[in-house]
Design a protein around this ligand. Structure first.
Ligand code: 6GU
Length: 239
């Protein structure tokens, strides 16, 4: 998988060198390229923003540097060329919700491009233009506002790349986790010692009865989901 990130803060992405993503890069499973949007400007001040048409507070990112950046990562603009294989992600609090299901979809792509907006956002023509050349997804982490897409993209990258085959040592460890296929939150987990600071591991987990253990874990997962995220339960009213 090839990953391109366009940002005015390339240094945010130095975290890609550590942890899971770093190892995946060493193994050749993912290849990341981080581009500084200001490298696609031509004025002395390397300007990437301007005032909004129609008025209002804040600044808007200008379309021209983004057009040049996409020409670089998607290939020069050519109306007659076939659409790129890439999926282009615009992180935005106004996007559709980034979920585990979306992470799985993006993990199947051969090329992902992340366009990190700052200020009040990117001139709307940029996403419209890119949509004529590649698949575009506007994605939000949740219902809160970040100053820019960078931190959101780091989170999305971690969620996506760990689903790429070969990235996680034991593939079974990503099957039973929260927001996996069961749609329930994860059950409580324990390791040794059996008694710690007066708190004991539930007896059922030490019984050796795999059927009982599975039933207990399922019941705990259902109970936890009902308590903290009832919206995830089957039949929950999404509204
Ligand atoms: Cl993807 N971007 C920004 N700027 N804020 C967010 C977000 C994304 N997701 C939640 N809040």
């Amino acid at each position: 998988m090839r990953i391109d990130v366009v940002t005015i803060f390339p240094e945010f992405f130095s975290v890609l060198d550590v942890s899971l993503l770093g190892r995946g890069r060493q193994k050749g499973l993912v290849e990341t390229h981080v581009h500084d949007l200001r490298d696609f400007t031509y004025d002395r001040h390397r300007t990437v923003d301007d005032t909004p048409y129609g008025g209002g507070a804040g600044m808007v990112m200008k379309p021209e540097p983004w057009g040049e950046a996409f020409d670089r990562v998607l290939g020069e603009h050519d109306e007659s060329a076939p659409p790129s294989e890439a999926i282009v992600v615009f992180p935005s609090p106004a996007g559709e919700r980034f979920t585990q299901a979306v992470a799985h979809e993006l993990a199947d792509a051969s090329h992902l491009v992340f366009a990190c907006g700052r200020y009040e956002g990117i001139d709307s023509r940029v996403a419209e233009h890119v949509a004529s050349r590649a698949m575009v997804r506007e994605l939000s982490l949740g219902d809160y506002v970040l100053n820019g897409g960078e931190v959101a993209v780091v989170a999305m990258l971690e969620a996506i790349t760990r689903l790429v085959p070969g990235m996680v040592g034991n593939p079974e460890s990503i099957v039973e986790e929260s927001h996996g296929d069961g749609g329930l939150l994860e059950y409580p987990i324990y390791t040794k010692p059996a008694s710690w600071r007066g708190l004991d591991v539930p007896d059922v987990l030490r019984s050796g009865d795999h059927g009982k253990v599975a039933a207990w874990r399922h019941a705990q997962a259902v109970e936890r989901t009902r308590r903290v995220r009832p919206d995830l339960l089957p039949g929950a009213d999404a509204s």
